[in-house]
Design a protein around this ligand. Structure first.
Ligand SMILES: NC(=O)C1=CN([C@@H]2O[C@H](COP(=O)(O)OP(=O)(O)OC[C@H]3O[C@@H](n4cnc5c(N)ncnc54)[C@H](OP(=O)(O)O)[C@@H]3O)[C@@H](O)[C@H]2O)C=CC1
Ligand SMILES: CC(=O)[C@@H](O)[C@H](O)COP(=O)(O)O
Ligand SMILES: [Mn+2]
Length: 382
């Protein structure tokens, strides 16, 4: 029996993970965590019978305790609760599908408790990759990618020597605004940005795809997961999201992973690795697929990607500032407080303002996150 903790169980990746568990009788959920959606958590508790559940919001946790008082489950809250779920003694693997760098501390706790990590929460690796990757090596735990591109790269590298990678070709859809100019982007609204051409995902990552910050975060994520340099990671726009990414090896051979845009495959692969299992859903039909097209990303218009390369190469605390500024800016855009292009302005201002700290500790990362938020708020309260 594979015993699983799902952090972010009420979200897009979390609910699809529970679908995978439903279809695999040898998988069992031992703990769940979410932010505040206690209605869905109650349903999940009654169906999956976890022994521990964390609701980050303390008030909602109290309400949930009453709702499920007839169930044999402990309800925790806050960061302490998240960490308690992550180290559940019987768990084999923690699937991290929380959104944002709030996932850092539970992921570190899980690694120290010798749990494998099925990692969807890319913000954790972007901000703390220099801590997480060596720690995983020290505790001999696997970091199994769930992000579709990184799962594709991981699949392409199966059985290969990572030292023989020439380039990683990270594919991007280009988002809903592909082909637009900066002038045209002045007029786009929240509803436009939430229409991803291929994937149905949570709101934050959907906006990140539209700015191409998502691809920038993924470049940094790939650097940590596969131990390559930034000049070995090339982003290629492939608008239909059929090729999920490719690896070019030193001999010029290229291995790609293809499939319909469905996150259940990377989720299930991370949970069954190194095995593969049957999975329902649509299959690619190469007889009707007339073409797969490619283009270069527009780095001047979609500055989220160029800024990520910049902060990634600078290293230290710079990716933390980039990520924290983006998290706050996207929250403001989702709240209709700023325009689409202001997301880039906020990130650029934070990067210019920050003085880089080398090799930041977890405490330093969290402190820099808070300082970045203060800097952003100061722009709005003059
Ligand atoms: N969706 C996708 O297809 C993909 C997502 N990812 C990555 O996976 C992660 C999750 O994305 P996605 O599922 O789309 O996001 P969603 O917004 O759909 O879900 C986020 C989940 O995190 C929970 N959450 C938010 N804040 C907290 C908190 N403070 N404590 C505990 N739980 C919290 C939410 O709970 P609640 O519902 O109660 O607010 C929800 O369960 C992100 O890092 C994203 O970049 C990567 C590749 C693909
Ligand atoms: C499903 C997934 O992994 C997302 O990260 C998706 O790839 C977003 O697509 P783009 O950022 O390429 O638009
Ligand atoms: Mn992705």
């Amino acid at each position: 029996m594979k015993k699983i903790v799902v952090l972010g169980s009420t979200g897009s990746i979390g609910t699809q993970t529970l679908d995978v568990v439903r279809n695999n009788s040898d998988m069992e959920v031992v703990a769940l965590a979410a932010g505040s959606n206690i209605k869905l958590l109650e349903e999940q508790i009654r169906e999956f019978r976890p022994r521990m559940v964390c609701v980050f919001d303390e008030k909602k946790a109290k309400e949930l305790r009453i709702l499920v008082s007839d169930c044999d489950v402990t309800i925790t809250s806050g960061m302490e609760g998240l960490i308690e779920c992550s180290v559940t003694p019987e768990a084999d693997v923690v699937l991290t599908a929380i959104v944002g760098m709030i996932g850092i501390q539970p992921t570190i706790a899980a690694i120290k408790a010798k749990k494998d990590i099925a990692l969807a929460n890319k913000e954790t690796l972007v901000t703390a990759g220099h801590i997480i990757m060596p720690l995983a090596g020290e505790y001999n735990v696997k970091i199994l990618p769930v992000d579709s591109e990184h799962s594709a790269i991981f699949q392409a590298l199966n059985g290969e020597n990572y030292n023989r990678i020439s380039r990683i070709l990270l594919t991007a859809s280009g988002g809903p605004f592909r082909g637009m100019t900066t002038k045209q982007l002045e007029k786009v609204g929240l509803e436009d940005a939430l229409k991803h051409p291929n994937w149905s995902m949570g709101r934050k990552i959907t906006i990140d795809s539209a700015t191409m910050v998502n691809k920038g975060l993924e470049v940094i994520e790939a650097k940590w997961l596969f131990g390559v340099e930034f000049n070995q990671i090339e982003v290629v726009v492939q608008p239909k999201s059929i090729i999920h990414s490719m690896v070019e090896f030193v001999d010029g051979g290229v291995i790609a992973q293809l499939g319909t845009p469905d996150m259940k495959l990377p989720i299930q692969y991370a949970l069954t690795y190194p095995d593969r299992r049957g999975l329902g859903g649509e299959r690619l039909d190469f007889t009707t697929l007339s073409s797969i097209s490619f283009e270069a990303p527009d780095l001047d218009t979609f500055r989220g990607l160029s800024l990520a390369y910049e902060v990634g190469k600078m290293g230290g605390s710079m990716p933390t500032v980039f990520n924290a500024a983006n998290e706050r800016a996207v929250a403001k855009f989702l709240n209709r407080e700023i325009s689409f292009l202001e997301i880039y302005e906020i990130i650029e201002d934070a990067i210019q303002w920050h003085r880089k700290v080398d090799n930041p500790s977890v405490d330093a990362i969290l402190e820099i996150e808070a300082q970045t938020y203060e800097r952003i708020e100061s722009r709005f309260h003059v």
